[in-house]
Design a protein around this ligand. Structure first.
Ligand code: HEC
Length: 153
């Protein structure tokens, strides 16, 4: 009788703890989804509108343009405000010309970016995202970047 009681108690404890851990797993899964839902809308827009050429996964020799991280490094310095960066992006997108380009190496290699019709609010969101977030960077990027910096000195 004592044993049976013990067993029941044990079962109850096991079952509830099992349930609890299941709930915990569910909770974290839901939290993750929420986090992804609330991520900046500019990320998706950037992937849709810019990643055909500026993605972070295409290997260096097959690229159509520099990865977005290279643009971020070229355009944003310690004293660059978000407003300045957004204005720079808007100006470039409205009229990309060799004269205004800052990425001379990229222009030499790929030719000037073609003019594409992007809505202003889309560029606002994309630039806002690039400025505030750590964006993906290709594995080869850091070494390539340092190499180029050395060449410039
Ligand atoms: C069809 C390919 C293509 C797409 C799509 C594209 N770009 Fe580019 N972009 C290029 C190329 C090629 C270069 C490098 C040559 C240059 O700098 O003009 C470039 C360069 C740039 C530069 C640096 C300009 C400079 O030289 O100072 C910026 C900023 C830029 N792109 C922003 C964007 C943004 C933002 C998007 C998405 C809204 C985008 N691009 C979509 C091809 C593309």
């Amino acid at each position: 009788m004592k044993n049976a009681l013990c067993l029941t108690v044990l079962m109850v404890v096991l079952l509830t703890s099992c349930n609890n851990s299941k709930n915990r797993v569910l909770d974290t899964a839901q939290n993750n989804i929420k986090k992804q839902d609330t991520i900046h809308p500019g990320k998706k827009l950037m992937e849709t509108y810019c990643y055909a050429c500026h993605d972070a996964t295409t290997s260096e020799d097959k690229r159509l343009a520099p990865p977005m991280i290279a643009i971020k490094r070229r355009y944003i310095f310690k004293d660059t405000s978000k407003e300045e960066f957004i204005t720079d992006m808007q100006n470039w997108i409205k009229n990309p010309t060799e004269k205004d380009a800052k990425m001379y190496g990229a222009v030499r290699r790929f030719g000037v970016m073609q003019k594409l019709p992007y809505p202003e609010d889309v560029i606002d969101q994309i630039a806002d995202y690039i400025y505030d977030y750590n964006i993906e960077q290709p594995e080869w990027f850091e070494a390539h970047y340092n190499q180029n910096m050395k060449k410039k000195i």
